[in-house]
Design a binder for this molecule. Sequence first.
Ligand SMILES: C[S@@+](CC[C@H](N)C(=O)[O-])C[C@H]1O[C@@H](n2cnc3c(N)ncnc32)[C@H](O)[C@@H]1O
Length: 223
Amino acid sequence: MSKHTDASIIDSWSRNTDPWTAAVRGGEIESRVLVTNAAIVDAVRARSPRLGVDLGCGEGWLVRALPEVEMQGVDAIEGLVEQARAAGGGTFRQLSYEQIAAGELRLGADVAVCNFSLIGDEATRGLFRAAPSYLRPGGHLIVQTVHPVTACGDAPYVDGWREGSWAGFSPAFADAAPWYFRTIASWVALFVENGLRPVEMREPVHPATCKPVSLILVGELAA
Ligand SMILES: C[S@@+](CC[C@H](N)C(=O)[O-])C[C@H]1O[C@@H](n2cnc3c(N)ncnc32)[C@H](O)[C@@H]1O
């Protein structure tokens, strides 16, 4: 189940590169514009990195938002990497988490950042296991994800695959992939099990509802 479902995430993203690029660049996702874009930029800047890598960079907006950092972006999807390269602001490589897990990203970065880009199960685990290949000792892995308590809805608060949906997005999107739900405790365990000591947690809230929009976790790789 998990292998098959991790692969369907890549299939889905490769079919939605154009609407995704339009949605991000056109400010179509309200929570990003109001809350989460600034939240992840602040979390990265708080670490004052010189060299950073954006894992699952999509069309590359976060690389462009950090001009003072020497940034690389990687993503599995060729169409998104092409969009990122065309807009510039850093260097971009087509690389999947599976390839990174196999040791293909050798970097020694001060920070690695995953902004809503950890969608699967085994792919995410592999990326965490490979942290010593792309982070320097003492470097930080920064993850922003949907807030588990808010995103859980009526389903049981336990880890597992959930149905995907493009509800709220433009009709140009097709074939939403399933995603792997993790509780807050499970996210923290993923950091700890992979030698990343949790050093910070942020829960940005929506300015109107005051409900948490996302969860940001920061782990420090053992020196
Ligand atoms: C919701 S988008 C986020 C993109 C970007 N981080 C942003 O903030 O706009 C999820 C991204 O994760 C990437 N992704 C998902 N699974 C991946 C994998 N196994 N290897 C590499 N990239 C992956 C997708 O291609 C997509 O660009």
